[in-house]
Design a binder for this molecule. Structure first.
Ligand code: NAP
Length: 518
């Protein structure tokens, strides 16, 4: 079999085949642009059973087989011919070249399904590339798709990367055609609706770890606060450590304290949400914005917590000795009898006492559970769980980890609290770092009380305390709405809702009353 591309000359144009004319033409697609993405797309489409025709500004100068021998049978022609021959055309050209390339070809693209794969450098412009393309090709059915797949992933299926293809376009049939092509290529199409969604799809590629900024900022803030406190109590208030221990031994303390604080902050919004829903008496009232954001940041907070715990475990293993964890080990002493007035006692630490062993055991179990929890945040693992399994891991296992972490800290701290008495206990780091986790745990226990749990579950299933449908922001008392008319007036200026006759209106918009005056 000859391994070379066919260059289709202008003088002998092949027949234009319309959609649905025969089976072969239905599987024919055109690609404009012979760049990295155009070639990768062509290769993938060929392997998916499509007949690919590539349109280039200078087909006679392009040797696609030089790039990849799989492309040797691909037909290469001019852009005009490519569009004429295909009803579905991929535009694999940079947005900067849309004007030059497509402004003279508006009519040629009439009724063609045009797939725009282009990306942007930044999200400053209001209009998407696809909407911009539509200004040159107003009669085409433009569909945004495939832009979130890189040329590398398109070519190398085993390379990993997202398999989702977001599809947006105003023509429903065109969208369906593109979704089917994506499926044939082994991708998972996600319908985003109209072409206006192309803005979101293009912005998706430009996002830089969305949702991470605030959790990282809070982590730094909490870590710094704990660092300051530890510096104060261990170096200023008393000299418990030497300054040269600051890099590992001392650092380990704010690390684990930040980790347990973040763990509490991961589970706290879920509890607060339960209480708020009880106060609202409905699940249909929106949480305040900060609360919404907090709920959405739980995954990030949990992952940061896992990273900190991991660092804490590594450092603790490194330091695990009676020199660093003296209170965890049995104290003994060698007595050398002296002929002098006093004997010489050499204190020695030997085996671990119950405190060290128990703290280690609980810490190890908590860490293993936390690893399981972190694994399920990976999309590939999370996708394999059903809803109940997911809930079990994220909620039951999560609270178990929180409980075990509290126990881990308490095992270390309580003997000291007992020894030092209460005023001193309040300032100990073990006591302080447990305040938030224990609060969250108590909140969860309250929510688990049968009567409370039943009430919250009822609300989450859609039950509302005030059955009377008051307008948002109006008050309900004894099944009556106060201020409904006022709210209606404010929201939409609907005078009739207020009962005011034609030509009259309410005088006082500040009070929830309906005083109609002419
Ligand atoms: P590229 O390697 O630079 O190729 C662009 C192609 O556009 C050129 O090979 C050229 O083919 C054609 N073209 C048409 N008019 C042009 C003009 N006036 N000036 C220059 N070239 C012109 O770019 P690419 O990486 O393939 O990307 C193509 C499109 O795919 C871009 O919009 C990009 O945002 C999008 N995309 C790329 C990737 C990726 O991983 N590369 C991923 C997703 C989306 P001829 O010379 O044969 O005409």
């Amino acid at each position: 079999m000859a391994c070379c591309q066919q260059i289709i000359g202008e003088p002998n144009p092949p027949e234009v085949v319309m959609e649905g004319e025969d089976k072969e033409s239905a599987k024919r697609v055109g690609i404009i642009g012979t760049g990295n993405f155009g070639r990768a797309l062509a290769k993938r489409l060929i392997f998916s059973g499509y007949d690919v025709i590539i349109g280039s500004r200078r087909p006679e100068y392009r040797q696609l087989s030089e790039y990849d021998e799989c492309l040797c049978d691909v037909r290469l022609t001019t852009i005009t011919e490519c569009v004429r021959m295909c009803n579905v055309v991929f535009i694999s050209v940079h947005v900067e070249n849309f004007n030059d390339t497509f402004s003279p070809l508006g009519e040629l693209f009439a009724d063609k399904i045009v797939i725009d794969v282009s990306n942007r450098e930044n999200i400053s412009g209001k209009v998407s590339n696809s909407e911009y393309l539509m200004t040159f090709l107003p009669k085409a059915k433009i569909v945004k798709a495939f832009n979130i797949i890189s040329a590398y992933v398109m070519e190398n299926d085993i390379a990993g990367g997202s398999r989702k293809v977001f599809v947006a376009g105003n023509d429903v049939t065109a969208r369906d055609v593109v979704c089917n092509i994506a499926r044939d290529m082994g991708f998972a199409p996600v319908d985003f609706g109209g072409l206006a969604s192309a803005r979101r799809i293009e912005a998706f590629v430009l996002r830089l770890f969305p949702g991470w900024k605030v959790p990282i900022f809070f982590t730094f803030a909490i870590f710094n606060l704990w660092c300051l406190y530890i510096t104060y109590i261990y170096f200023i208030d008393r000299t418990a450590y030497r300054w040269d221990q600051i890099f590992v031994k001392v650092l380990n303390k704010p690390l684990c304290m930040t980790a347990i604080t973040l763990m509490a902050l991961t589970y706290m919004p879920g509890c607060i949400a339960g209480f708020l829903q009880m106060v609202y008496g409905t699940k249909n009232k929106r949480f305040p914005k900060w609360m919404d954001y907090w709920l959405k940041s739980r995954k990030q907070l949990g992952i940061i917590c896992f990273i900190l715990v991991f660092a804490h475990v590594l450092i603790s293993i490194l330091l695990m000795s009676s020199t660093y964890y003296s209170s965890w080990f049995q104290s003994t002493a060698i007595t050398i009898p002296g002929n002098l007035t006093t004997d010489l006692h050499l204190p020695m630490k030997t085996w671990m006492i119950w405190k060290g062993e128990a703290a280690c055991l609980v810490g190890i179990i908590a860490f293993i559970f936390l690893c399981l929890l972190a694994t399920t945040t990976l999309p590939s693992v999370g996708d394999s769980l059903n809803w109940r399994e997911w809930r079990f891991v994220q909620s039951t296992l999560g609270y178990t980890v929180l409980f075990l972490s509290i126990c881990h800290v308490m095992i270390m701290g309580v003997p000291g609290w007992v020894k030092n008495g209460f005023p001193k206990t309040f300032g100990s780091i073990t006591f302080l770092c447990l305040i938030l986790p224990v609060t969250v745990f108590i909140m969860k226990l309250i929510l688990l009380l049968p009567c409370v749990n039943k009430y919250v579950s009822k609300i989450r299933k859609g039950w509302e305390r005030n059955n009377h449908p008051c307008l948002p922001h109006s008050r309900c008392k004894d099944s009556k709405c106060f201020g409904d008319e006022y709210v209606a007036l404010k929201l939409g200026g609907i005078r009739n809702e207020c009962g005011c006759s034609e030509g009259s209106m309410s005088t006082n918009l500040r009070t929830p009353t309906c005083d109609c005056v002419v």
